[in-house]
Design a protein around this ligand. Structure first.
Ligand SMILES: Nc1ncnc2c1ncn2[C@@H]1O[C@H](COP(=O)(O)OP(=O)(O)OP(=O)(O)O)[C@@H](O)[C@H]1O
Ligand SMILES: O=C(O)c1ccc[n+]([C@@H]2O[C@H](COP(=O)([O-])O)[C@@H](O)[C@H]2O)c1
Length: 200
C-alpha cells in the first residue's frame, strides 16, 4: 500500500502537500480542504516524507505515519502516499522533477504553510522549484508576516497572484505563487508530540 503509485488522469491538476506528518493533524486536513477550493485543484497528494532534510530528528516510521495520516484525512480527492521513498528522493526539487517525468500529462502545484515559505530559501534548488511549479501558500498562525517578508516572497514579488485571484494559480506559468489568508488552525505536530499523544 505504502509503495502504491497514485493515479493521475491526463490534465488533472494535483496539489502536492509535502510533510513529515509526524503525526498528521487537523491543520493539515484543513489547509488541504482550503487548497482544493481556493486553487480549484482536482486532487491533493500528501507526500509523507522519508525525512525532512533540514530536520535533524528522524521521524516516526513511514508506515505508521501513513496509516495515521490516512485516518486523519478521509477525503475522496486526497491521496496519502509514500512515493518519495519509492522514488528515492528527499529534496523537493528532485521529487518534483521525478513526478513530472512520471506524470508528464498532469499539472502539479506545490502547497505549503506560511512557515515553510519563510524558510524556503534554505531548501535545495529553491529557485528551481519556484520556477518549475506554481506554489500555493496557506496562512499559518504567527507566520504570515515572516512569510511575506521572506527572501522568496521578495524575489518573486512580481509573480505573486493576489489571494482574491487564487483560481488563476493552477493554470499560471511558473514562477507564480499565491498566498491565501484562510481561517487558521493553531495545531502542530510538535505540540502533539510534546503532549505525548503520538508515539509510533
Ligand atoms: N496548522 C497549520 N496551518 C497551516 N499550515 C500547516 C499547519 N500545520 C502544518 N502545515 C503545513 O503542512 C506542511 C507539512 O507540515 P508538517 O508535517 O511539518 O507539520 P507541522 O505541524 O509543521 O510539524 P512540526 O510541528 O513537527 O514542524 C507544511 O507545509 C506546513 O507548513
Ligand atoms: O528540498 C529541501 O531542501 C527541503 C527542505 C525542507 C523541507 N522540505 C520539504 O518540505 C515539506 C515540509 O516538511 P516538514 O518537515 O516541515 O513537514 C516536506 O515535503 C519536505 O521534504 C524540503
Amino acid at each position: 500500500m505504502r509503495y502504491d503509485i497514485p493515479y493521475a488522469a491526463p490534465g488533472q491538476v494535483i496539489g502536492l502537500l509535502g510533510g513529515s506528518f509526524d503525526p498528521a493533524h487537523e491543520g493539515h486536513a484543513h489547509i488541504t480542504r482550503e487548497a482544493l477550493k481556493r486553487f480549484g485543484l482536482d486532487a491533493v497528494w500528501w507526500l509523507v516524507s522519508p525525512g525532512n532534510p533540514l530536520k535533524t530528528r528522524g521521524p516516526a516510521p513511514m508506515a505508521a505515519r501513513i496509516e495515521q495520516a490516512q485516518a486523519v484525512i478521509n477525503h475522496p480527492q486526497v491521496t496519502v502516499t509514500g512515493i518519495e521513498e519509492r522514488l528515492g528522493t528527499r529534496y523537493t526539487a528532485q521529487t518534483i522533477a521525478a513526478l513530472q517525468a512520471l506524470y508528464p500529462r498532469a499539472r502539479f502545484v506545490w502547497l505549503m504553510g506560511a512557515d515553510n515559505l519563510a524558510q524556503f530559501h534554505m531548501w535545495q534548488d529553491w529557485k528551481r522549484i519556484a520556477e518549475t511549479v506554481p506554489m500555493g501558500i496557506l496562512a499559518r498562525p504567527g507566520q504570515r508576516i515572516s512569510a511575506r517578508m521572506s527572501r522568496a516572497a521578495t524575489l518573486y514579488a512580481p509573480y505573486r497572484i493576489l489571494g482574491r485571484n487564487s483560481q488563476l494559480l493552477a493554470q499560471a506559468h511558473a514562477p507564480a505563487w499565491c498566498f491565501v489568508n484562510v481561517p487558521m488552525k493553531d495545531v502542530s505536530s510538535s505540540a502533539i508530540r510534546a503532549s505525548g499523544a503520538w508515539s509510533a
